[in-house]
Design a protein around this ligand. Structure first.
Ligand SMILES: Cc1cc2nc3c(=O)[nH]c(=O)nc-3n(C[C@H](O)[C@H](O)[C@H](O)COP(=O)(O)O)c2cc1C
Length: 180
């Protein structure tokens, strides 16, 4: 188990009643080499402690990650006044884990992957909107992203002095207390 996971799990457990406790900011490098950031939902960990996120294959981030898979994730726990920043690389998984995650989704959630292409011009059509239903069968647009984490930075806002540490993955994880 990576050494930072207990800190993260304890913040997540403490704030589990807040729906926003599972919302994180995922930053990518845009096709034009400028930064992009958006909110995503944390979906869990793989057996090797990669972070799991769901996305739509038609989204901009999906194209970006195919060109440059370096990411940073910022995850803040409001009550604990604790911020984690994770650096790593994303892996697109379209295999059996993808299908397992799809099968766990509710019909309402499944229907989102059948909406028109994200980012395209909106065309209002009441009939089409009321006909979006969750398909049982795996949507071609659904993709599981796994984030392999290589660097973690934690900051806890405390009095009289904030606490900051970092963990860097070499052969093993190396922890260092650093100035806030
Ligand atoms: C609370 C919240 C949770 C979200 N969760 C996800 C998510 O898990 N996956 C996702 O692809 N987009 C999620 N989104 C939408 C993204 O923030 C973003 O608008 C969308 O993915 C398009 O981003 P892109 O054009 O950079 O690809 C969420 C938005 C909000 C406000």
């Amino acid at each position: 188990m990576p050494p930072w996971l207990s800190q993260l799990s304890s913040a997540l457990t403490k704030e589990s009643k807040l729906i926003s406790s599972r919302w994180m900011q995922l930053a990518t490098i845009g096709i034009d080499n400028t930064p992009r950031v958006r909110t995503v939902v944390f979906r869990g960990w793989t057996d090797s402690f990669e972070m799991e996120i769901y996305t739509d294959k038609r989204s901009q981030k999906y194209y970006e990650l195919n060109v440059n898979n370096n990411v940073e994730i910022c995850w803040v726990f409001i009550n604990s006044k604790c911020q984690f920043r994770f650096r790593g690389t994303s892996i697109i998984d379209l295999g059996k884990d993808n299908l397992r995650h799809w099968n766990q989704l509710s019909d309402t959630s499944k229907s989102m992957w059948g909406w028109p292409k994200p980012g395209d011009h909106y065309i209002h059509d009441k009939e089409i909107e009321s006909s979006f239903k969750g398909e049982e069968k795996l949507s071609h647009n659904f993709s599981l992203l796994k984030i392999e984490i290589k660097h973690v930075d934690q900051l806890i806002i405390r009095k009289p002095i904030h606490i900051r540490r970092k963990w860097v993955k070499k052969e093993e994880w190396i922890e260092e207390r650093i100035n806030p």
